[in-house]
Write a protein that binds this ligand. Structure first.
Ligand SMILES: Nc1ncnc2c1ncn2[C@@H]1O[C@H](COP(=O)(O)OP(=O)(O)OP(=O)(O)O)[C@@H](O)[C@H]1O
Length: 610
C-alpha cells in the first residue's frame, strides 16, 4: 500500500473533483437509504387501513422527521391518493439518485482519467531522460507495459476502487444506522451472511483473476507468434515451414481455448453464489422479521424495508473482494512504475550547462570505458585529437570499439577514466541538448519513423523547407531514388508505406544528419548497405559537404578517395595503428593488409572506395 502514497499528490491536485465526488456519493446514498423508509410507511399505512369499516382512517404516525416532513400535507388525503403520492416520491428519489450517481461518476471517474493522463505523461517524460544503459537493461515490452497496463491498473485504484470504497462506507453507515433504529435483532440477522459473502467473493475473484492473467499471457504469446509469422513470412515460405508454423500456432491456440473454457466455468459460479447469498439474507430477513412482527416488536412494513436494505447492501459488499484485489494489483503496478520513476539517469545535463557553438575540436585524453551492465571493456587508454575541419577515419575489426567512440562523443555514456573535450571544454559541462543538437550522428542501425520521407529527413530540424530537404537528399545521393516513388518526398515509409532498401534507408539517415548543418559529424558505418557506385557518388558529395567541417567516419571499408587527415586502426579497444593513408600503407600492418584485401575483392582499381 505504501507504494500508492505517491498518488496522493494527484488527489491533492484534483481535490475539487474529489471532494465534489464524495459529496455526490453521500447524496446518492442518502437517496438510496430513504426510499425503504417510505415503503415501510406506505405498507404500514395500507396494512393498518385495509378492511376498516366505513372508510374510517387510522393515522399511522411517521416515525422520523423525514417521513413527517414528506407526508405532512397528506394527513387528510384518501388512501389511493396517499399511495400515488408515495409512488411519486419514490420515483422522484430514484430519478434524483440516478442523477447524482451520474455526477459521482463524472467527478471521480473523470478525475481518475486525468490522473492516468498525468501519470502516463510523467512516465514518458522520465523515460526520455533516462540514459541508454537503462534501455539496454529493460526490454521494450516491459517499458510499454508499465506505461499502459500498469497505469491502467493504477487508474482502477484512483477511480473505481476509490468510488466503490467511499460508496460502501457511506452506504453501510447510513443503512445500518437506519436499520438499528428499527430493530437491533433483525439488523444482526440480516447482516450476518454479508461477511461470508464478501470473503467468498474475494476468493472467487482471486481465482478468476489468476486465470485471467494466465489467459492474458497465453493471448500475448499467440499474438507474438502470429506477429512473428507475418513479419518473418519470407523466411517461413522460403524454408517451406508454413505447416510447422501452423502446428505451433494451433498448439498455442488450443492452450488458450482450454484456459478460456476453464475461466468461463469459474465465472459461472460467481453470479449464482451472489444470488444464493442474497436469497439467504432475504430469507432470514423475512423469517426473523416475521417472528419479530408477530411479537409486536416491528411492523410488517419494516420487513419490506429490510429486504430493500439487504438488496441495497449486497452488491457493494460483494464488491469488497474485487475492490481489495483492485487495490492490491494497483499497489503492485505502482511499485513497478515507482521503480522506473526513481531510476536516476546516469547521464545528466549539468545545471547551467554550456550552449556555446561547437567548432569541432575533439579531444579524447586517455579514455577507458567499460559497458556497465556487461562488464565488456570497449576502449582502453584511447587517445585522439581531431582539429576543427579535420576528417578522421576509425577502422577496425568488428567489436573492436569503433561505435563506442561515437557513443562517448555523443555523451550517451561517460568514460570511466580519462576525459573528453570539445573545443577544449570538458564534455560534461555542455548542456546535453546543446551538445547533441550540434553534432550530427548517423548511427549504424538506421531507424526511420512511420512518416513521410521528407519528415524523416527534417527530423530534428522541423523548420527546414522542402528545398533544404531536397538538397540534403541530393548530398546523400538519395534524391533520385525518392523522386522515383509515386509520391516523391511525401511517400510514407514503415509498415503502412513503401519498404526502402537497406541502402536507401542509410542514405535517408545520412540526409537527416546533413540537413542540420553541423560543424561536427559522426558517421558510424553508414555506407555498409550501398553498392560501390553509389558509395563513390556519396563520398564525392560528402567530400565537398565536409570541406570545412570536422568529421569522424567509422567504417569497415577503406575510402581511398577521401583524404583523411588521420586514420586510426582499433583492435580490442586499443589503437594499434595511426597515420595517413600513405603512412599506414608504408607500415605494412593491419591497414595495408585490409587495403590489399579490399583491392583484390573489388577488382577495380579506379581509385574508388576499395
Ligand atoms: N550497448 C552495449 N552494451 C554492452 N556491450 C556493448 C554495447 N555495445 C557494444 N558492446 C561491446 O563492446 C565492444 C565494442 O563494441 P563496438 O560496438 O564499439 O564495436 P565496433 O567496432 O563498432 O563493432 P562493429 O564494427 O561490429 O559495429 C564489443 O565487445 C561489444 O560486444
Amino acid at each position: 500500500m505504501q507504494h500508492l502514497k505517491v498518488l496522493n499528490k494527484y488527489f491533492f491536485k484534483y481535490r475539487g473533483r474529489l471532494i465534489l465526488g464524495i459529496l455526490f456519493v453521500v447524496i446518492s446514498n442518502l437517496l438510496a437509504v430513504l426510499p425503504p423508509q417510505v415503503i415501510r410507511y406506505l405498507l404500514d399505512f395500507v396494512g393498518g387501513n385495509i378492511g376498516r369499516p366505513g372508510g374510517e382512517r387510522r393515522i399511522i404516525p411517521p416515525q422520523n422527521d423525514f417521513l413527517r416532513f414528506t407526508f405532512a400535507w397528506m394527513n387528510d388525503a384518501s388512501l389511493v391518493r396517499l399511495m400515488a403520492y408515495g409512488g411519486a416520491v419514490l420515483l422522484a428519489m430514484a430519478l434524483l439518485r440516478g442523477l447524482f450517481m451520474f455526477f459521482m461518476r463524472q467527478t471521480i471517474i473523470v478525475m481518475s482519467r486525468f490522473i492516468e493522463y498525468d501519470l502516463k505523461n510523467s512516465i514518458y517524460r522520465h523515460y526520455q531522460q533516462l540514459d541508454l544503459n537503462f534501455f539496454k537493461l529493460h526490454n521494450t515490452g516491459d517499458l510499454m507495459s508499465r506505461i499502459s497496463e500498469d497505469v491502467s491498473r493504477v487508474r482502477m485504484y484512483v477511480g473505481p476502487a476509490l468510488m466503490y470504497t467511499v460508496n460502501l462506507v457511506v452506504l453501510i453507515v447510513m443503512s445500518v444506522s437506519a436499520m438499528l433504529r428499527v430493530n437491533v435483532t433483525l439488523t444482526i440477522y440480516t447482516l450476518a451472511p454479508l461477511p461470508l459473502l464478501a470473503v467468498s467473493i474475494y476468493y472467487v475473484n482471486r481465482l478468476i483473476h489468476r486465470k485471467s492473467e494466465r489467459i492474458q499471457a497465453q493471448l500475448s504469446a499467440i499474438t507474438t507468434q502470429a506477429q512473428e509469422s507475418y513479419s518473418g513470412i519470407r523466411v517461413i515460405k522460403s524454408y517451406v515451414q508454413e505447416a510447422s508454423a501452423g502446428v505451433h500456432f494451433g498448439a498455442a491456440s488450443e492452450d488458450y481455448r482450454k484456459s478460456s473454457l476453464n475461466l468461463a466455468k469459474t465465472e459461472a459460479i460467481y453470479f449464482p453464489t451472489m444470488q444464493l447469498m442474497i436469497g439467504l439474507s432475504t430469507l432470514l430477513t423475512v423469517m426473523i422479521g416475521g417472528i419479530q412482527a408477530i411479537r409486536g416488536n416491528i411492523t410488517v412494513g419494516s420487513i419490506a424495508e429490510f429486504v430493500v436494505y439487504v438488496n441495497l447492501l449486497m452488491w457493494p459488499v460483494a464488491s469488497i473482494g474485487s475492490v481489495a484485489a483492485m487495490i492490491q494489483r494497483a499497489a503492485a503496478s505502482q511499485k513497478r512504475i515507482n521503480e522506473f520513476l526513481h531510476t536516476e539517469p546516469a547521464i545528466r545535463s549539468p545545471r547551467n550547462g554550456r550552449s556555446a557553438p561547437v567548432r569541432g575540436h575533439v579531444r579524447f585524453r586517455d579514455v577507458s570505458f567499460t559497458y556497465p551492465h556487461t562488464g565488456i571493456q570497449a576502449l582502453k587508454h584511447f587517445d585522439l585529437e581531431v582539429l576543427p575541419g579535420q576528417k578522421i577515419a576509425v577502422i577496425g575489426k568488428t567489436g573492436s570499439g569503433k561505435s563506442t567512440v561515437a557513443q562517448l562523443l555523443m555523451r550517451m555514456y561517460d568514460p570511466d577514466e580519462g576525459e573528453l573535450r570539445i573545443d577544449d571544454i570538458p564534455l560534461k559541462t555542455f548542456s546535453l541538448e546543446s551538445l547533441r543538437s550540434q553534432i550530427s550522428y548517423v548511427p549504424q542501425d538506421v531507424f526511420l519513423f512511420s512518416d513521410t520521407i521528407a519528415n524523416n529527413i527534417r527530423f530534428g530540424s522541423e523548420n527546414a523547407g522542402l528545398q533544404a530537404v531536397r538538397q540534403a537528399a541530393r548530398q546523400a545521393a538519395v534524391e533520385k531514388d525518392i523522386d522515383g516513388f509515386p509520391e516523391g518526398f511525401d511517400t510514407l515509409v514503415g509498415e503502412r508505406g513503401v519498404t526502402l532498401s537497406g541502402g536507401q534507408k542509410q542514405r535517408v539517415s545520412i540526409a537527416r544528419a546533413l540537413i542540420r548543418n553541423p560543424n561536427l559529424l559522426v558517421f558510424d558505418d553508414c555506407l555498409s548497405a550501398v553498392d560501390a557506385k553509389t558509395e563513390k557518388t556519396i563520398i564525392t558529395q560528402l567530400y565537398t559537404y565536409l570541406k570545412d567541417r570536422t568529421a569522424v567516419i567509422i567504417t569497415h571499408r577503406i575510402f581511398a578517395l577521401f583524404e583523411f587527415d588521420q586514420i586510426i586502426v582499433l583492435d580490442n579497444g586499443t589503437i594499434i595503428e595511426r597515420g595517413t593513408h600513405e603512412e599506414l600503407l608504408a607500415k605494412n600492418g593491419y591497414y595495408a593488409g585490409l587495403y590489399a584485401q579490399q583491392q583484390r575483392v573489388s577488382g577495380d582499381n579506379d581509385g574508388a572506395p576499395a
